[in-house]
Structure formats: structure tokens, C-alpha cells
Design a protein around this ligand. Structure first.
Ligand SMILES: Cc1cc2nc3c(=O)[nH]c(=O)nc-3n(C[C@H](O)[C@H](O)[C@H](O)COP(=O)(O)OP(=O)(O)OC[C@H]3O[C@@H](n4cnc5c(N)ncnc54)[C@H](O)[C@@H]3O)c2cc1C
Length: 375
């Protein structure tokens, strides 16, 4: 019951790559970020060693909602005001390109049915209407719907259809990335917890721990806040009610129906928001009860819950990830994390971005995401 639905799928064999001696780059974390970075670095000829306290994708990368969304964690119109119009447009475009690259690698781990961003009330409708207009002004594909078809029909106050978005089996995707990284020469050490980054035998260290690395380096403790998310999955239903990922109430509630007919539902973090600012990976009765009640509404009848789990993600103050050198470590320690609950695509994009930065390659996103912006 506590094993995430995604992680129940058995993993396929990957090349067992090992090497002796010092690494050029040690990566802490074998989720989407760490595996994307490892692949990029190894393909460039860098000696990479990945360490994870658990197995590949057993952190948030195998415990999430399976939404593969373009864009950032903030609303696009708000992002334009906060980061500047040009930077927001460039960032959004960059995430969409990353989703297309991810699709090229993902095989059957990704489908692209689009997603519905739903308004839970009139106030939210005004907000997402502004987002829709801003997206259209800047040339991003988006459609406005006053109502949506399927199980959500008549229940919400308008929606944006994002036709570019997808649904991902995140564990399958990340395990595939790990295989590509290993095939390119990366060594991946599972069940190998790093206690002290200074003790790692490597010229550089990349922290790819998102919400799980709290306390590993003190400089990040106030910048990436561990936050818990909880999810349930139902028994398979015999009819399709939701043909693409749906999310509502500022993204606090999210659900999709999986290919085998199950509804996977996460959220309600806002009902006990302070309790959920934690890295304790366990479900709570209060949120599970709320999720279950909403699941029955979504299904239109009581349905059995077959899976319940929790995961931890990293939240940042400005809803933008941190990618680059960690201040105070003379360029030895780097970070890519803090996706504020949107790491399936952003983690992939930022894993590649930080690898490129380590390789000395420039990108306009590096200035926006520089961890030193909070110094
Ligand atoms: C419930 C939930 C739902 C979500 N839904 C979505 C969604 O639908 N769409 C979306 O885009 N994003 C979603 N997210 C966010 C997304 O899952 C994460 O942002 C993303 O997976 C982060 O990937 P990562 O590789 O950076 O970190 P993780 O996948 O969390 O991996 C970090 C790894 O670091 C390891 N680690 C930590 N400390 C150490 C140490 N000291 N030594 C060795 N290893 C260590 C951990 O074991 C872990 O495997 C969700 C998150 C949660 C929790």
C-alpha cells in the first residue's frame, strides 16, 4: 500500500559501470536531476559518480503525480511581472524545449495528451484568464475553455488547455536515463548515503537532492524548503473520465487517470500547510481522508484505494529552481534543485543545464537561476 504505484514496476537491467579513483564530478541524488546531469557529463567524457541513499528514482522522482508540464511553477502572467517579460518568455520557451527533448528520450514512459489547468472559483478564473492571455500574447500555445469534457464537466469555473503537456511514468523514465548515463560511463552507487560532501573523492560535487538534501550544506538550508506531498491511487475504473492530467486550486489538487483506468490523485497540502513543511516521508490521516473523499467525488462513486504514499519536494521563495555553484564553496559544490513541485521537466532541464555550466557552457537561464540571487 505504501509503495508508490510508479515504483512497483520492476526496473530493467542497466550497464554496471564502475571506475577506480577520483571522480571529476560526484553527484548526490539519482533522481531525474542527478541522472540527467550524469548522462550529459558522462557523454562529454567527464568521470561521474552518482551516490544515492536509496535506489534510482526512489525519491520524489518515483513518488510524484506524473505530470510533465511545460513552464515554471508560477503563473505565467505573474512570472512576467516578477522576473521580467523577456526572461519569463525565455524561461518558458526553454522548459518547453526541454519537454520535447525529454519526449525524444522517454519512449513509452511519456504520452502527450495535454493538460487542463482548472479554476476552482471565480477568483481563480480571473487569475488563469490573465495567464492564458499572457501566454497567447507571447506566442505560446494555449486554449481557453469555459467548461471541460469528461468527469470534471460542470464542476469548475473555466480552464486552460495546455496542448503541449504530457503524462509521464516518472520512475520508468528516470531508470532509462540512469541506463543511458551508465552506458556513457557514469558509475551509479545505490544505497550509498553521503554524510559529508567534503569527504567525497571528487573535484566537484553536484547536489541533486531537491527536497531530500536538507542540512547537507548549510548554505542551502534556508533556500530550499523540504515540503511533503501526498498521493493516492484507486483501483482501475472501467470507464475513462479524465483523458489528460487535470490540476486545480493553484495546483494544490492534481489528478489523472492512468492507462489501466486508475485515478491517481494528489494534493490538499494547503489544508495543513505548516505540517506539510517537513521532510518526514509519511502519510497523514487528515490529508489522506481529504484525498479519499475527493477521489470518490471524481469517480462519481466510492472506489477502493490501492496505493497511498508521500514524497518530499523542494520549495523556493521565488518558485524558481537553484542552478549553479553554491555560494561559499569556491566553485567545488554545485546545486540543481528547488523545483517547487514541478521537477519532472524542470529537473531534467536543470540537470542538463547544471552539467553544461560545469562544462563551461553558457546559457541565459543560468543568471535567472543563480543560487547567489539570494545572497
Ligand atoms: C507527491 C509529489 C507530487 C509531485 N508531482 C509532480 C508532478 O506531477 N509533476 C512534476 O513535474 N513534479 C512533481 N513533483 C516534484 C518532482 O517529483 C520533483 O521536483 C523531482 O522529482 C525532483 O527530482 P530530483 O532528481 O531533483 O530529486 P529526487 O527525485 O527527490 O531525488 C533526490 C535523491 O537524493 C537522494 N539523497 C538525498 N540526500 C542524500 C544523501 N545525503 N546521500 C545520498 N543520496 C541522497 C535521495 O535518496 C533521492 O533519491 C512532485 C513531488 C511530490 C513529492
Amino acid at each position: 500500500m505504501d509503495v508508490p504505484y510508479w515504483l512497483q514496476e520492476s526496473s530493467t537491467a542497466r550497464p554496471e559501470t564502475t571506475f577506480e579513483g577520483r571522480a571529476d564530478v560526484a553527484i548526490v541524488g539519482a533522481g531525474v536531476t542527478g541522472c540527467a546531469a550524469a548522462r550529459r557529463l558522462a557523454e562529454a567524457g567527464v568521470r561521474v559518480r552518482v551516490h544515492d541513499a536509496r535506489g534510482i528514482a526512489e525519491g520524489a522522482s518515483g513518488r510524484n503525480g506524473g505530470f510533465a508540464l511545460g513552464g515554471g511553477a508560477a503563473r505565467y502572467d505573474v512570472a512576467r511581472e516578477t522576473y521580467g517579460a523577456d526572461r519569463a518568455a525565455s524561461y518558458w520557451g526553454w522548459t518547453r524545449e526541454a519537454l520535447d527533448r525529454l519526449a525524444d528520450l522517454a519512449g513509452d514512459a511519456l504520452t502527450r495528451p495535454g493538460s487542463y489547468r482548472l479554476a476552482g472559483d471565480e477568483e481563480e478564473r480571473e487569475g488563469i484568464r490573465l495567464e492564458y492571455e499572457a501566454l497567447r500574447e507571447d506566442g505560446f500555445e494555449a486554449e481557453w475553455l469555459d467548461d471541460v469534457p469528461g468527469g470534471a464537466a460542470g464542476r469548475f469555473h473555466g480552464a486552460i488547455l495546455h496542448p503541449h503537456d504530457g503524462s509521464i511514468q516518472p520512475a520508468r523514465f528516470v531508470r532509462g536515463l540512469a541506463s543511458l548515463a551508465a552506458a556513457a560511463g557514469a558509475e551509479i552507487r545505490e544505497h550509498d548515503r553521503v554524510e559529508d560532501v567534503d569527504a567525497l573523492d571528487a573535484d566537484r560535487v553536484l547536489l541533486a537532492t531537491d527536497g531530500y538534501g536538507h542540512g547537507l550544506v548549510p548554505e542551502l538550508a534556508d533556500l530550499i524548503w523540504p515540503t511533503r506531498g501526498q498521493v493516492i491511487a484507486s483501483e482501475p475504473l472501467d470507464r475513462v473520465l479524465y483523458d489528460r492530467p487535470h490540476y486545480a486550486r493553484q495546483g494544490f489538487d492534481y489528478w489523472q487517470q492512468l492507462p489501466d483506468g486508475r485515478i491517481l490523485l494528489g494534493g490538499f497540502r494547503d489544508t495543513s500547510i505548516l505540517d506539510e513543511l517537513t521532510d518526514v516521508e509519511e502519510t497523514t490521516e487528515a490529508i489522506q481522508t481529504s484525498l479519499e473523499a475527493f477521489l470518490h467525488e471524481l469517480a462519481g462513486a466510492p472506489v477502493q484505494v490501492t496505493h497511498r504514499w508521500a514524497g518530499i519536494f523542494g520549495l523556493t521563495q521565488d518558485m524558481l529552481p537553484l542552478v549553479g555553484p553554491v555560494p561559499g564553496h569556491d566553485g567545488r559544490v554545485w546545486v540543481a534543485g528547488g523545483y517547487s513541485g514541478h521537477g519532472n521537466v524542470l529537473g531534467f532541464a536543470c540537470g542538463e543545464l547544471v552539467a553544461d555550466a560545469i562544462l563551461g557552457r553558457e546559457s541565459p537561464q543560468l543568471e535567472l537561476l543563480d543560487p547567489a540571487r539570494f545572497s
